[in-house]
Structure formats: C-alpha cells, structure tokens
Design a protein around this ligand. Structure first.
Ligand SMILES: Nc1ncnc2c1ncn2[C@@H]1O[C@H](COP(=O)(O)OP(=O)(O)OP(=O)(O)O)[C@@H](O)[C@H]1O
Length: 253
C-alpha cells in the first residue's frame, strides 16, 4: 500500500466565523499529482492553506506524512509556492538568491551554503529553464519567469511534496511549458504534488486526479473533468480579480 502524504479528515475552515469549507476529506498518496479545481472563491486556496497549517481548522484533522499537523516538524519535506510573488516592489534579489533561499530550511541560517546547496540551486534553475537568468534581479523578469523562480526555490529544497497555488495563472506559454517539464521530472523522481489550478493547459497530462471544490465541499474526486460548460470545469466561471463574496444563503443548509 502506498503511504498517505496528505490526509484531511472532516476538515472545516472559516474566516471570522464565516464557513468556507465544511466536512472536507481528502487523501493524497505518494506519487500522485492532484489538481484542486473549482470556481473563483470556492475555497481552493483555503484547502491547501489548511493542509499546511497556515489557516486553522474549525473542525476535523490534517495529517502530513502520517503525523498529525500539530506535531509535524519535517517542513523540509514540503515545498510550497503561494499564489503570487507579492508586490515586494524594489527587492533587488537576484534569481539565484531567491532560489537559494529555498535551501535555508535544510542548511540552517547560520551555516554557509556548501556544494550540495549550490548543486541543488543549479539543478532547480535548470529544471525551470532559468539558468541563464540566475544573476538577473528578479524584478527584471516577466511574471511567468518570476513564478518559475518561486517554483525553482521550492525545488531547491529537494522536497517530497510540492504544494502549488495556481502555478500557471497569468503565466506565459513558455513558462507554462517550462513548469510542466519541471513538474514531470519532479514526479518521475517520486515526488507528490498538490496544486490549485484554473486552467490546466500543458499540465493536464501530468494530473493523476482532480478534486473539485464547490459550495464548501468536494463535489468530485477522480478523473480530470473535460472542458465543458459545467461547474466542474474551473475555467468556466472564473474571473480575475476576485468577484464578490458567495451569497450568504449558500451556507444555510
Ligand atoms: N484571509 C481571509 N480572510 C477572510 N476571508 C478570506 C480569506 N481568504 C479567503 N477568504 C474568503 O474565503 C473564500 C474562499 O477563498 P479562497 O481564496 O480559498 O478561494 P479560491 O477558490 O482559492 O479562489 P480563487 O480562485 O479566487 O483563488 C472567498 O470567499 C474569500 O473571499
């Protein structure tokens, strides 16, 4: 039997008492590539933040690599790429520096980077196709290249699980392809992936399972839905920037 990497059991999450997820159960096992799909504001990001302990559960439980979240300490086993690089205007860091920061959890802040650190950073830069931009300030890169930088940063820590929030949203085609290649290599090496996506694009063939979040629950867990005018198709009713909040009546049942 394959070991569970993520186990969410009857998880519920709310913000300021407003429920966003209720009674969500999800298991991701080693080697799976699971896409979390769903409409704008349905709670996809909230689900992965809850998995990582970044938002508290109102009910239920989460285990990572078989350990209850509150006791889990092996964060080096997980690489997380949040939704956006963030404003952070004027940060002069180079691409290599940002990617190298992904090694901090492994080496500790007080030790200087060694050969293994440099090799992991080089390999991560190559994996996302940014080796030739290593010395450039991240601020000079396109949005897609900045996103690839963050993915390389997560890869540099040599994690077993990658958690990615909309890695390809608003990203140019070349960056999407580069990311798909990096992800394919990561999975071929035995990695596990949980990602939020609206448009799967070149990632589609890599996804082994799709989980669709709708009205606070998981309404589908299985094959990747085909594009169609249906709720299960995340491209359908998604708009950027964020639309208005869900109507309160949605939570009345
Ligand atoms: N920190 C927060 N405080 C209060 N409400 C929040 C917070 N984060 C998210 N929400 C609300 O929770 C709901 C779910 O948000 P979430 O970001 O999880 O959805 P999503 O499916 O990832 O959406 P998107 O596709 O827009 O990224 C939305 O109504 C959102 O406005």
């Amino acid at each position: 039997m394959t070991a569970p990497v993520i186990t969410v059991t009857h998880g519920a999450v709310g913000y300021d008492g407003r429920p966003v997820l209720r009674d969500v159960s999800l298991t991701v096992t080693a080697g799976e590539v699971v896409a979390v799909l769903g409409a704008n504001g349905s709670g996809k990001s909230t689900l992965i933040r809850a998995v990582l302990g970044l938002v508290p559960l109102a009910a239920g439980s989460v285990e990572l690599f078989g350990t209850p979240l509150r006791r889990f300490r092996q964060w080096r086993r997980i690489g997380y790429v949040p939704q956006r690089l963030g404003a952070g205007g004027g940060v002069p860091a180079t691409v290599r520096e940002v990617v190298a920061s992904g090694r901090l959890a492994r080496r500790g802040v007080l030790r200087l980077p060694g050969r293994a650190d440099r090799e992991a950073v080089d390999a991560a830069l190559r994996a996302v196709g940014l080796a030739d931009r290593a010395a450039d300030p991240v601020a000079t890169l396109s949005g897609g290249q900045q996103q690839r930088t963050l993915i390389a940063r997560a890869l540099a820590g040599r994690p077993e699980l990658l958690v990615l929030d909309e890695p390809t949203a608003g990203v140019d085609a070349a960056s999407q392809e580069a990311f798909a290649t990096a992800l394919r290599d990561f999975v071929a090496d035995g990695g596990t992936v949980l990602l939020v996506a609206h448009e799967l694009g070149p990632l589609r063939p890599l996804i082994s399972r799709a989980v669709v979040v709708h009205q606070g629950g998981i309404c589908h867990d299985g094959a990747v839905p085909e594009p169609a005018g249906h709720h299960a198709e995340p491209d359908h009713d998604h708009v950027h920037p964020h639309g208005p909040d869900e109507p309160a009546g949605l939570w009345s049942s």
